[in-house]
Design a protein around this ligand. Sequence first.
Ligand SMILES: [Mg+2]
Length: 262
Amino acid sequence: MLAEALKPVADRPERSAVLCDIDGTLAPIVERAEQARVPPEATRLLADLARRYAVVACISGRSALDARRLVGVGAIAYAGAHGAELLWPGDRSPAALPEFERHRGPVRRFAEAQDGELRLLGVRMEDKGPIVALHWRGAPDEEAAHERLRTVASAAEDDGLATHWGRKVLEIRPPVPISKARAVDVIVARPEVRAALFGGDDATDLDAFAALDEAVAAGELEAAVRVGVASDEGPAAIEQRADLVVRGTGGFLAVLAALAAV
Ligand SMILES: [Mg+2]
């Protein structure tokens, strides 16, 4: 049954893309993101698939370089920051997608203008390509740092930039909707790609599913396979909108093995 569902991509690997999320799909979910590990078997299978499929890529909310470090395969592509940046095999640094690249300068200049004062408050600046993250976890006075960042966020919005609050982090983002769909669009637009599979477990992966639907409707792809990785915490839509539902990271590992077995 697994082999049957994967047929549209597995039948013609040289014309197919294999795309997947990382956390919750390849790597079991853990309490702290930095403790996540991709099982060695998944790393081995992705390296194997890279030799046979037109494109193999991981699309993650992590930065592209962090994604590559975690997965550990140099021969595949990585889309980071939810699809805002792309790191092709062999590249030393990721490229922002064009619509984000235009805003890289303004985001950077805005963040740098705040840097001196924020540094005094113990706020740490993280370069995530087209996004700059300002972390206040561990600042000497976290409340004061947080308070100051609220002012920084409204100043960023006044400057026409977007902001996103996470767990003790403020992200300054380009004023462009960020979605995994953008990365999927770029990959499936490659002329050698005629079919694609995407596997994911969470709400942001539904955007990638939708991008595959649209590529098929537009005739850019002949076939697409949406693999929903079911979990207790994931949204119901990930199962409802999938062509194939598997259980947890173990289930997705079986998908990779089946793709490698043909
Ligand atoms: Mg995930």
